[in-house]
Design a protein around this ligand. Sequence first.
Ligand code: NAD
Length: 314
Amino acid sequence: MNKQTNKVIIIGTGFVGSTTAFTLMHSSLISEIVLIDINKEKAEGEAMDLNHGVSFVKPMEIRVGDYSDCKDADIIIITAGPSIQPGETRLDLANKNSKIIENTMKEIVKYTEDALIIIATNPVDVLTYVAVKSVNYDKNKVIGTGTVLDSSRFRYLLSNKFNIDTRNVHGYIIGEHGDSEVAVWSLTNVAGSRIDKSCPLCINSCDINTQKIFEQVRDAGYEILKRKGVTQYGISLATRRIVEAILRNENSVLTVSSVLNGEYSLSDVALSIPTIVNRHGVSKKLDLNLEDEEMNNLKKSSDKLRGILDSINY
Ligand code: NAD
């Protein structure tokens, strides 16, 4: 049988975990999804509900399992842990969720050193670092969803503004997934033209309010939470995109979060920079030619994350 026998474990079957399972059902790439949750009944309910749609997708198995299922898993997706509460920042969650990630990683390594691990739980950059360091897992196999979602929000807002296909807008949000993230305007382009300087879509000068667009991207999560209390669709599709890049060995450039080791003269943190992702996980982090202000802001983002890690003794 060819490698359609891909097995994915999802740990945490709340809004993000269950919606991720739902989006992965449609990918036709996965033959087995195993759901794990501290609340087993919740996982069971999700498995039942999802299975009732299996006749509408490619043949696959969806079931509740436990950590021993990790032994032959291709990918383990961690979405366990509470979401952000009103008035909290993503980084306030660090203390709470780092304990969950530590315990989860200790269970996982009893059964595998091979699986690629995708972390979506927030604060995702802090927890990506904790996941690697708490059990000494291969850092290239631990991938935070990072700013994959933020970069998608950025491209969506720009495409909306210019009324152009989102796929033709190229741009990256880097750094922390959160308040200190950085928009790389100097490399944001349509048809190869820098959008904030010589936008090919505008006849004279472009009236784009870069600060406003950046703030809308940065604060998008809070704005959604204010209205509906959770965010699940964007992050689940971002996670699916990472899974596809891995399982299809795509060498795709994605702004995933990973542990840095001197890139951009930064180390001892995990954050997002454009990264080539393939079947081996993080293959190469791209060395972008950032402007001074962008580089300074990336350094500030890294310092902020290091401060949080210091405060939780990592
Ligand atoms: P949720 O509260 O709906 O679900 C969390 C699930 O985790 C619950 O089912 C809970 O029982 C389970 N859980 C808790 N501790 C566990 C443990 N030790 N082992 C196994 N399962 C455990 O929350 P949600 O809305 O699904 O969000 C999950 C996480 O994803 C949050 O941290 C949230 O902030 C994060 N998130 C990240 C992004 C992103 O862009 N990275 C976007 C949205 C949400």
